[in-house]
Design a protein around this ligand. Sequence first.
Ligand SMILES: [Zn+2]
Ligand SMILES: [Zn+2]
Length: 165
Amino acid sequence: MNRAKSHFHSELAIIPPVATVIAVLAFVLMQICLLGLLPHYEKDIPPMPAMVLISIFGGVFVAIIVLMIGYVYADSKRRGMNPLLWTLLVIFVPKAIGFIAYFLLRKPLLEPCPKCGATVGADFGYCQKCGYALRPFCCHCGRAISHDFVCCPYCGKTVAAAATS
Ligand SMILES: [Zn+2]
Ligand SMILES: [Zn+2]
C-alpha cells in the first residue's frame, strides 16, 4: 500500500512543470468564466451554489486532463517513444481512446546499462554501446532467458543458475 503510494508519487513527479502551470491556469480560467463572466451575460443560469459546484468540478476535470497529457508527454519520452506523436494523439483522439491506446501500447521503461550507463531498450539482449550481456543466455542454445528460469523455454534443457556469460 505504502509502496504503491510512493510509486504513484514518483510517477506524478515526472509531469512537466509547464503542464502543472497550464492545469492551474485552466482551473482559474474556468472559475473566472463560469462564476465571474457568465452571470453578466446569461440570465438563465442555475442558482449560484450549483454554479460553484459545476465550475469547481469542471475546473478539476480539465486540470486533471491537462496533467495526464503532461504525464503522457514525459512518460513516452522516457520510454523511448515519440512524445510529440503520443501527446497529439491523446489530445485529439476523442473519448479518451488516445489515453487508453497509450497505456495499452506503451513500451517498458528504459533502463541504464549496468556497465556503461547507456540507455538500453527493455527488450535488448546486449548493450548497444559496450556489448554487455543485459540478461542471461541459455548455455545450450544461446537464446536470451530470464534470471528465474530453471529450464530453457526454447531447448528445454536445465539452465545453470549462473547462466550469465
Ligand atoms: Zn553498456
Ligand atoms: Zn536453450
